[in-house]
Design a protein around this ligand. Structure first.
Ligand code: FE2
Length: 300
């Protein structure tokens, strides 16, 4: 005597086959999206922030943040970025490192970016790929300087305009422990509005203590894969773990922007974590930022 019924084993088998087929279709569609669609779906992300004591030169300025292009040769990403910079010319261009994946990409990336001349300048900090992959560092830096770029290696510059001033500081690659924030900020008057460029977000806690107003970084690629609800499984920022993966964070009087970057590393894979070019628009506010994340692309 059967309690289940003679037809059920076959029904259970059909349901298992159906679930397996659905899982295979889901897996293949994620692979398709992750390798063939999202890596090429570059977003132009507009971030609007209100910051206290914003100096006049930064009000109404179109600030473009480019990070982690990982250029090796001309391709869709390079054409997209060149087109965006032509169509939306920046007033200030901030480059937070890893423009290239290897030294073979230097000529191309300088062709992509070299014809852009924002009125407030181009500021660049080295990422781990520039530090590790380029043998002739002096020659590389000389080429960037000839383009009119400002290379910030634990140093800063004063920017003046409309009778006000602010500072742009930059630390050398934190991924190789070359960052010296105290040296980068040395000489900036207390209370002066300061933007800090850092390849990785790891110097942010130190920058909060130092009273830096705005930190711009990249390197994380947002994890490249963001699992819904859980966020990225892994981010290469050992000092801060998954605290600052991508998006905008605020702690005390400081704000951090972490770009998801344009390219990829290790695998040409991006899933629920599209590449991006950021256009930043700043407005003045009388209130200071409060502690906690303002927005982030995924939980960390
Ligand atoms: Fe990097």
């Amino acid at each position: 005597m059967s309690l289940i019924g003679e037809g059920d084993p076959r029904g259970v088998g059909d349901r298992v086959s159906l679930v397996l087929a659905a899982l295979i279709v889901l897996f293949l569609s994620l692979v398709f999206r992750g390798f063939l669609v999202e890596p090429w779906r570059i977003e132009r992300t507009v971030i609007e922030l209100e910051l206290p004591r914003l100096p006049a030169p930064l009000k109404e300025a179109r600030i473009v943040i480019l990070s982690d292009l990982h250029t090796q040769s001309w391709g869709y990403r390079e054409l997209f970025i060149a087109d965006q910079l032509r169509r939306h010319p920046p007033d200030l261009l901030l480059l937070s490192g890893d423009l290239i994946s290897n030294s073979g990409g230097v000529n191309t990336v300088l062709e992509v970016l070299g014809s852009v001349h924002p009125r407030m300048g181009v500021f660049f900090v080295r990422g781990n790929n520039e530090v590790e992959e380029i043998a002739d560092q002096q020659g590389f830096i000389e080429r960037l300087t000839k383009l009119g770029w400002t290379i910030l290696m634990n140093e800063h510059r004063k920017i003046e305009g409309a009778g006000e001033e602010f500072y742009i500081a930059g630390v050398d690659d934190p991924n190789n422990d070359l960052d010296r924030l105290d040296k980068a900020l040395e000489g900036i008057p207390s209370g002066a509005f300061t933007v800090l460029l850092a390849h990785t977000p790891e110097p942010f806690p130190e920058a909060v203590q130092a009273g830096v107003n705005l930190v711009v970084s990249g390197h994380t690629h947002g994890g490249q894969v963001q699992v819904p609800v859980l966020g990225p499984p892994w981010v290469d920022t050992p000092r801060t773990g998954r605290m600052y993966t991508s998006g905008v964070y605020r702690e005390e009087g400081s704000t951090l922007i972490v770009s998801r970057g344009v390219g990829w590393s290790i695998l040409p894979l991006r899933l629920f974590c599209s590449p991006q070019l950021i256009e930043l628009r700043l407005r003045a506010t009388s209130c200071g930022p409060t502690r906690g994340p303002l927005s982030r692309d995924g939980p960390s």
